[in-house]
Ligand binder design. Structure first.
Ligand code: MN
Ligand code: MN
Length: 461
């Protein structure tokens, strides 16, 4: 054997995905990404993603799961968890005792949330106080166009949906930054302190209402909100208003190979799971798709992945088949579908490039996340990794391996640990992202498409 033959038979040689997909697949990829971009324009919060998924599931014949429902092969059920997360299932031909094939993504993304008592006026400018949600570089959020999304539960018992800043005729909101001319002190600060949490105050307006009195700009803003939504100031106490980057997602690059959007993390995997689920015929094992909330703040709360809402859904299915939930979990597999960091040559020193995912190399499988000695990771076993890579290979999915940055550089987590805690074999995999958690994130179309194929392969495994 020559060294070249040896090399080919013994060594790995990862290839750019574009050298591996056919013309037909490229066309499918473009059409898939077009639909994905429309989803992203419609869904910027977990509430909007959940509402979108419910509406789409209903169109596809999914029914809300109720106790006592029959659960037979081909049946399609969903649980709308209080409008903030959703779990869907296509019932397989096999009993739930054999376990389910689960894909779990999250639909919340980093942003600024409006505080319970947010509205104030300072120097004749009206503002909202905010508290950021999830991990952000605070300095990235001033001077970008912002939109307000959410709901207000009013004193009269009704709930109104708020969306300001997305229609072309809407105004947008903004946080100011200090002019460079006076930034001598600011420029000496560390990036964590350049903009502080209590400076993320969102400008709402500057025109005082006519007449006498104090806080006339604030009063004007409250009057405008009252005219549009029928709300009064105390209604902020029972509201969820999220400040997110305004505007639509865009193709990026002269070759249009990338997509810029707010919140690819993790709606890019959520959409992949949903699209794959909706394309399924009756699978052998029951296919379960989870769009969770609160991942960015630890998967806590009633709509987070640690919530028993998941047990409630799965146990209702199992009860109908006279199967014990613990039996079902013990035989289930979960793909924790979440994004990884794409290798960025601008910041090469933060990564181990031999073990980092790259743009256009396909869905990235991540054995462990965590930080400082794998802390907090579920660390998938060799057997679990083997299951995933052979499943992807059989389905001709383009995949690669991922770790989150170099050792001791930082780290992160996903829902994987919470699924594994339930005695469900779990592996992380998802789309590599550039500028993760920035107001606009970048992904490659090829990786988006391959992640959808990866979810399909898991459902059919
Ligand atoms: Mn994520
Ligand atoms: Mn994240």
């Amino acid at each position: 054997m020559t060294n070249e033959e040896l090399r080919q038979s013994l060594l790995m040689e990862p290839k750019n995905g574009y050298s591996r997909i056919s013309e037909a697949q490229r066309a499918e990829m473009e059409s898939y990404c077009k639909d994905y971009m429309a989803f992203m324009d419609a869904c910027k919060t977990e509430r909007e993603a959940t509402a979108w998924a419910v509406a789409e599931a209903e169109k596809q014949g999914f029914k809300p799961l109720t106790a006592g429902a029959e659960v037979k092969p081909g049946d399609k059920y969903y649980l709308n968890n209080r409008g903030k997360s959703i779990i869907l299932a296509v019932i397989g031909t096999e009993s739930l005792a054999n376990g389910a094939n689960i894909c779990a993504a999250h639909v919340d993304s980093p942003r600024m949330d409006v505080k319970p008592n947010p509205l104030y006026e300072d120097s004749e400018i009206a503002y909202f106080k905010t508290h950021y949600y999830g991990g952000i570089k605070k300095y990235q959020w001033p001077t970008v166009p912002l939109a307000l999304h959410g709901v207000v539960c009013k004193k009269d018992g009704t709930t109104v949906t708020v969306t300001i800043g997305e229609d072309d005729n809407d105004p947008v909101l903004m946080v100011s930054d200090l002019l460079i001319h006076l930034a001598a002190d600011q420029m000496q600060k560390t990036a964590a302190k350049v903009i502080e949490g209590e400076q993320l105050n969102v400008i709402l307006g500057t025109e005082p209402i006519e007449g006498e009195g104090s806080d006339l700009v604030k009063l004007h803003i409250m009057k405008l909100l009252n005219e549009k939504y029928g709300m009064i100031e105390s209604d902020f106490l029972s509201a969820e208003l999220n400040v997110v980057p305004a505007g639509r997602c865009r193709e990026v690059g002269l070759d249009r190979s990338l997509i810029a959007a707010y919140g690819h993390d993790d709606r890019v995997c959520a959409y992949a799971e949903l699209a794959a689920l909706f394309a399924l015929d009756t699978p052998a094992k029951t296919a379960v798709c989870i769009l969770a909330d609160k991942e960015e703040i630890g998967s806590v709360g009633i709509s987070g992945m640690q919530s028993h809402a998941f047990e409630y859904f799965m146990e209702t299915l199992c009860d109908a088949q006279n199967v014990k939930l613990r039996e079902c979990f013990a035989n289930s597999f979960c793909l924790s579908a979440d994004v990884s960091n794409a290798f960025d040559p601008n910041f090469a020193e933060t990564c181990d490039r031999r073990n980092n995912s790259k743009l256009n190399y396909g869905v990235s499988i991540c054995k462990y996340t965590g930080s400082r000695g794998k802390g907090g990771a579920s660390d998938a076993s060799a057997e679990a990794m083997s299951h995933v890579r052979t499943t992807f290979d059989k389905a001709d999915v383009i995949w690669q391996i991922a770790t989150l940055g170099k050792v001791d550089q930082g780290g992160g987590g996903t829902v994987a640990a919470y699924m594994a805690n339930r005695n469900i074999v779990t592996v992380d995999a998802g789309v590599p992202v550039l500028s993760m958690h920035a107001p606009l994130e970048l992904v490659s179309k090829l990786d988006c498409y391959e992640t959808m194929l990866a979810c399909k392969a898991i459902y059919l495994a």
